[in-house]
Write a protein that binds this ligand. Structure first.
Ligand code: CO
Ligand code: ZN
Length: 345
């Protein structure tokens, strides 16, 4: 869990994944045969197989949702922000952020008008990003000296174990990166060449996966990402998508991809044979790197293994430790037997 904590607490929005990348490269270097980085910042690590099997590409995204500084108020020094990825403005109120500048990090406060002075009208309106600003507690002159338009901003939150759960910002998708690294670490006997790819810019439209997948040209693609777990009070059983503690989720469909049915079947069979807890997932809205991988070149058999996560796209994202372990177990076993099945339709 120490590695998961480090990954979650590292900061990097789409296009600015450098701190996470450094961490990922140092881990993958120890367990892979070759490693390289492409022009979009994707990390592509190869762990060579023992024979001739299909090329398997794993993908987990390093970026987290956040903001770029879009404006500095001339008089007050308050910052306005442009989103890179989709935070719900409701979860942003009253949070602390880190503004990452060339001259170092600054702590900021996400401010808004206090409820005391809101009119009846304003109170009824849903909160929008344009209502929020960042307060650095510094005079405008000082802010202008230290902050540039385009500097990136992430939410400040530390990693915590909460009962059987782990909770932090950016579990989406650092937990996927963690699962990928741990599964590759564990896989010893495998025929397939395994490409472990830590992708960039997923949150703004699976951009890193698109180019890295073209480069790798895999036969099989497996994305590792979080998915919605709405197993909370007030949500009907049929709307929960997944449940925490009920195992790794084998994705059937989301709005970017329909998983290869033979990959779904193989994953289920492995889980049943090895007694790994799993659930089947259909996500009405959202997508993963699998959406980009399956559309590569002449098409790729792709699937996503998901880690059920509550409070997605907030700073208290929470996942169950057993589900994370189940994801590692299923992926590691799959890598050892992936060459035994045929995934052509
Ligand atoms: Co996300
Ligand atoms: Zn994600």
């Amino acid at each position: 869990m120490e590695l998961l904590k480090k990954l979650c607490e590292a900061h990097g929005v789409p296009g600015r994944e450098e701190a996470v990348r450094t961490l990922v490269v140092s881990e993958l270097k120890k367990i892979c045969d070759e490693i390289r980085t492409d022009a979009l910042g994707n990390v592509i690590a190869l762990k060579k197989g023992s024979g001739r099997g299909p090329k398997v590409m794993l993908a987990a995204h390093m970026d987290e949702i956040g903001f770029l500084v879009s404006h500095i108020d001339e008089k007050s020094g308050f910052l306005r922000i442009d989103p890179v990825g989709g935070f719900d403005p409701r979860v942003l109120m009253a949070q602390r952020v880190i503004v990452h500048t060339e001259k170092g990090d600054l702590i900021g406060i996400i401010g808004s008008k206090p409820p005391h002075i809101l009119t009846e009208e304003e109170r009824k309106k849903p909160l929008e990003l344009k209502d929020l600003f960042i307060d650095l507690g510094l005079p405008a002159e000082e802010v202008k000296k230290r902050v540039n338009i385009g500097d990136f901003i992430t939410l400040q939150q530390d990693f915590a174990e909460v009962g059987n759960l782990v909770s932090c910002k950016a579990l989406d998708d650092r937990v996927g990166v963690y699962v990928m690294i741990e599964a590759v670490r564990r896989t010893k006997k495998h025929v397939c060449d395994i490409y472990a790819v830590a992708t960039t810019q997923e949150e703004v439209g699976v951009r890193g996966a698109r180019v890295s997948s073209f480069n790798v040209a895999p036969d099989i693609g497996v994305a590792l990402d979080v998915t919605v777990a709405s197993d909370v009070p007030g949500v009907g059983e049929h709307e929960q998508v997944t449940k925490l503690g009920a195992g790794v989720a084998i994705k059937i469909k989301d709005s970017l991809s329909i998983s290869n049915p033979k990959l779904v079947r193989t994953m289920r069979q492995i889980a049943e044979q090895k007694k790994i807890k799993y659930q089947l997932e259909i996500l009405p809205r959202g997508g993963t790197d699998a959406g980009a991988i399956q559309m590569t070149r002449e098409g790729v058999a792709a699937i996503t293994l998901s880690i059920p996560t509550r409070y997605l796209h907030s700073v208290v994202e929470a996942a169950h430790k057993d589900d994370i372990q189940a994801a590692i177990d299923l992926l590691a076993t799959f890598l050892e037997v992936a060459h035994e099945s045929d995934y052509s339709l």
